[in-house]
Write a protein that binds this ligand. Structure first.
Ligand SMILES: NC(=O)c1ccc[n+]([C@@H]2O[C@H](COP(=O)([O-])OP(=O)(O)OC[C@H]3O[C@@H](n4cnc5c(N)ncnc54)[C@H](OP(=O)(O)O)[C@@H]3O)[C@@H](O)[C@H]2O)c1
Length: 264
């Protein structure tokens, strides 16, 4: 018997979803019959994404910059206007600029903290309020990075700030579990998106080599021998964002082709 996600008709918000990992997650939820709101900060890119996703099911776009409190305040009410409630939050966000620690100034830290610490924490509370007022069980999935376990060279602000997601997931899992909300995180490895192109180009410039050579070096480090796809990550988001993971909460799941070496 095939495993049932139970997502048919489920109400799902995926943030930062006009492309890349968020878009892949939205595709996966729509494939399971969920009703989906996708968000991003750029109206043109989001409209184009919604047009492509509409072929798969019911989807709406809500433009909001995840680094702006007034826009975060708007995101949940507008989502609820479309969906009438919230069953799953899949939180993805934008990327801080690549760079080593000694290049970072106050504004770089402030932007990274806003994007990677304040925004998911603040939105999580709004989402929990929406789930609790709906009276049914909910799920939250926070997309972070394998940098939480092993810092990645040249991504200093990300290495420092992403760790907040581990604290957020564990804190919420304990606080909200008794109230019927499960909270988990995903630690993507290298996934084929525009972000990876940016990281690879930056590394190539610094090392005086080609992006292709950098990419081959990364692939040699991955036991499965290749970069992952947003579709492969989307399946893990559906797992944690649905009844398929009904006894999982507070977990941080690497989806990384085996690149993590640490045991803990
Ligand atoms: N790709 C990887 O290998 C990898 C690995 C680990 C972690 N990550 C992290 O996963 C996240 C998604 O990465 P990705 O690879 O999917 O990147 P991507 O292809 O560059 O997509 C980023 C998405 O974030 C949206 N976005 C950016 N800033 C935003 C903001 N302030 N408010 C709302 N939406 C915003 C963008 O849409 P608009 O431009 O339309 O706003 C876009 O849809 C990032 O935090 C990235 O650092 C990626």
């Amino acid at each position: 018997m095939p495993l049932a996600s139970g997502l048919r008709g489920a109400r799902v918000l995926v943030t930062a979803a006009s492309q890349g990992i968020g878009y892949g997650a939205a595709q996966a939820f729509l494939g399971e019959g969920a009703r989906v709101v996708v968000n991003s900060s750029n109206a043109d890119r989001l409209t184009a994404a919604v047009r492509r996703l509409e072929r798969l099911g019911e989807v709406h776009g809500v433009v909001a910059d995840l680094t702006r409190p007034d826009e975060l305040d708007r995101l949940l009410p507008e989502t609820l206007d479309h969906l009438g409630g919230l069953d799953t939050l899949a939180y993805v966000t934008g990327s801080p600029h690549p760079g080593v620690f000694m290049e970072q100034g106050y504004e770089d830290w402030a932007r990274a903290a806003s994007l990677l610490v304040v925004s998911p924490s603040y939105l999580a509370r709004k989402a929990a309020e929406a789930m609790l007022s709906g009276g049914s069980a909910g799920r939250m999935v926070f997309l972070a990075s394998f940098a939480i376990r092993e810092p990645i060279p040249n991504l200093a602000t990300s290495n420092v700030c992403r760790i907040a997601i581990a604290g957020l997931v564990r804190t919420l899992a304990r606080e909200l579990g008794p109230r019927g909300i499960r909270v988990n995180g995903i630690l993507p490895g290298y996934i084929r998106t525009a972000r990876i192109d940016e990281v690879v180009r930056d590394a190539a410039r610094r090392q005086g080599t080609s992006p292709e050579e950098i990419l081959r070096g990364i692939e040699r480090e991955i036991p499965l021998g290749r970069i992952g796809t947003p579709e492969e990550l989307g399946r893990a988001v559906v797992f944690l964002g649905s009844d398929l993971s009904s006894y999982v909460s507070g977990a941080l799941l690497p989806v990384d082709g085996g690149i993590l070496r640490s045991v803990g």
